[in-house]
Design a protein around this ligand. Structure first.
Ligand code: BTN
Length: 240
């Protein structure tokens, strides 16, 4: 993939700009990176804390030659690429379904996919050098620096460069061989199956054991009554 990078010191949200650029015809491989976001957006209407210098805030436009109802598969490409990138720093990155990246059980990176007709914007936030977090997320969030116990900050440009190479590789695999090998890579990195979970699905809670991930990437949960329920999107909380 040919990357064209738009760099900004400060922006509202890299996803917002990437969506505008895509609507104006920017090709796949267009990347927006910002040092700081004033209105970084997370999944399910949350905000993404994006202070300057501490994190990587990046959005990539993709134009996969796939049916519109398969564009969600790009979320799995992104989470594999992010986890593989973080592992280059010898950190035990794992994926919590569908696409949160954790180190030692705490979230280090989040992915926000926004798709419109044939365009996908893959928004990635990685807490690279964040020294501490606001009280409301301090027990659940972490950064690469905090987990690595390095004394010097990690070079953001290097993380960006490795992430783009990884996205390029996994996307090339997807384009040539389809979703199955990507899902296999994803399964090798996930930490959700086997856990007791509560899944929030559009305001409903499904509790049980995360049993498997099916061929569509859906999470199969076995509930207390023994029933297996497939979930295609939602928010997983580890119960114990
Ligand atoms: C999540 O809720 O876990 C997803 C967080 C995604 C944050 C990234 S930072 C770069 C891009 N721009 C945004 O506004 N959001 C995404």
């Amino acid at each position: 993939m040919q990357f064209t990078i738009h760099r900004h010191r400060v922006i509202d949200s890299t996803n917002n700009l990437a969506i505008c650029l895509a609507e104006e015809g920017a090709p796949g491989g267009t990347v927006v990176v910002a040092e700081e976001q004033l209105a970084g957006r997370g999944r399910v209407g949350r905000t993404w804390c994006s202070p300057p210098g501490y994190g990587l805030y990046l959005s990539l436009i993709l134009r996969p030659e796939k049916p519109v109802d398969q564009l969600w598969q790009t979320a799995y490409i992104a989470s594999v690429a992010v986890a593989e990138t973080i592992k280059l720093w010898e950190l035990p990155a794992r994926i919590k379904w569908p696409n949160d990246i954790l180190i030692n059980g705490r979230k280090v990176s989040g992915i926000l996919i926004e798709a419109k007709s044939q365009i996908v914007v893959v928004g990635i936030g990685i807490n690279v050098n964040t020294p501490e977090f606001p009280p409301e997320i301090s027990s659940t969030a972490t950064s690469m620096l905090l987990e690595s116990h390095l004394s010097d900050p990690i070079d953001l440009q290097t993380v960006e460069c490795k992430l783009l190479s990884s996205l390029d590789l996994v996307y090339a695999l997807y384009s040539s061989s389809g979703f199955e090998p990507v899902l296999d890579l994803w399964k090798g990195l996930e930490c959700t199956t086997g856990r007791h979970v509560v899944v929030n699905v559009a305001g409903c809670k499904i509790a049980g054991t995360a049993e498997s991930i099916d061929e569509k990437g859906d999470l199969v949960v076995r509930t207390g009554s023994g029933e297996s329920v497939s979930v295609s999107s939602g928010e997983v909380i580890f119960d114990r």
